[in-house]
Design a protein around this ligand. Structure first.
Ligand code: FE2
Length: 350
């Protein structure tokens, strides 16, 4: 029999002694195969160590061999085509041409079923990031994230399709901002920033020229940089006056921007970005929607492969809700609780 720390435990091990709480109530009976939920339960009760039989060889637990290995390696075809379609839109608009409502509808038709079919959009977002220009992939990514958020908030199909359209077009006004400014690899000057801040207005005008029939799409394009506390642009509209689409797209926009490589900074790891969106955007973003995003990610993340700061890979087994960036992971044949093993942390998803 050996005594081992709960924060770094071999998988597939049986408990060698009963475990009782402070009142003498049986928590776990000896002989039970220790699973991550048991480990979490014991850690919550303040226990740090358990007795295990040391002669049982560690075998992989099939259920934790995880979705990660079945993760598709390629971007769904519709999303890939949508990025190309969006490139065409931007090119046409920048040359003074107009795009049609039908072209946008066709692009929504490409991505909508793929978003609905996917329980875990994180992989699609990751694959989209491997595409080139930021604005193209970002527009499709924001659409994917916004629609998934809208679905989890209970929006119906007609609304979701319009939300997909609004999110896809949210930055369309950038087609009328100079490329030099869009691609500037350094911080913008005050004057340049003012010019950039006009892109929601340019986008609104483009939507008018297209004669888009959906008022909510216009509104969301115009309002996607407005902030909950009224400190956004271009009109400093306050919180609840903002259309629900604008608030959803604002969250999707910030989350995707933080987790993408930009010309002037590297992408932020997923959990740091989530923490930033939920905790550091208080006042800026709608907290009901940022919490929804957090809940969604925590729900789909178990099974994902991650890289740790020691260079090794691990898979996420269970998320610690109070410290989601430090979940329990499985590395080789051990369960490691990153909440306890503080010298290890996640660098990023693989
Ligand atoms: Fe924007």
């Amino acid at each position: 029999m050996i005594k081992l720390s709960l924060s770094n435990l071999p998988v597939n091990q049986k408990l060698a002694r009963n475990i009782y709480d402070q009142d003498g109530k049986l928590l776990l009976a000896k002989g039970i195969l220790l699973e991550p939920r048991h480990i979490q339960q014991l850690l919550k009760k303040g226990l740090e160590e358990v007795f295990l039989w040391d002669e049982i060889p560690a075998q992989p637990l099939a259920q934790y061999e995880s979705r990660a290995v079945r993760r598709p390696a390629e971007l769904p075809a519709g999303m890939g085509t949508a990025v190309e379609a969006f490139r065409e839109f931007m090119y046409s608009l920048s040359r003074g041409h107009i795009i049609t409502c039908n072209q946008v509808e066709e692009t929504v038709d490409l991505i909508y079923p793929e978003i609905m079919e996917s329980n875990n959009i994180l992989n699609q977002i990751r694959l989209l990031r491997q595409k080139d220009e930021y604005t193209m992939k970002h527009s499709v990514s924001v659409s994917v994230i916004a629609v998934k958020l809208g679905e989890h908030m209970g929006l119906k199909e007609k609304s979701l399709r319009n939300l997909a359209k609004a999110a896809l077009l949210h930055d369309i006004g950038k087609a009328r901002v100079s490329l030099e400014l869009i691609n500037k690899p350094a911080k913008l000057t005050d004057q340049e920033f003012k010019e950039m801040q006009q892109h929601p207005v340019h986008g609104f005008k483009i939507a008018q020229e297209m004669k888009l029939p959906n008022l909510e799409v216009f509104t969301a394009i115009l309002q996607h940089h407005e902030r909950f506390d009224g400190n956004g642009y271009p009109f400093r509209v306050l919180g609840r006056k903002l259309h629900i689409f604008s608030r959803i797209i604002a969250v999707a926009d910030v989350f995707d921007a933080l987790t993408s490589d930009r010309l002037y900074r590297k992408a932020m790891p997923l959990f740091d970005a989530l923490d930033e969106v939920i905790n550091n955007s208080i006042g800026h973003l709608d907290p009901a929607i940022t919490r929804r995003l957090g809940a969604y990610v925590l729900n789909v993340i178990p099974g994902e492969l991650v890289r740790l700061n020691d260079g090794s890979t691990a898979s996420i087994v269970m998320v610690n809700r109070d410290e989601p960036q430090r979940p329990m992971v499985r590395k080789d044949n051990r369960f490691i609780n990153l909440k306890e093993e503080r010298e290890l942390h996640i660098i990023d998803l693989l």
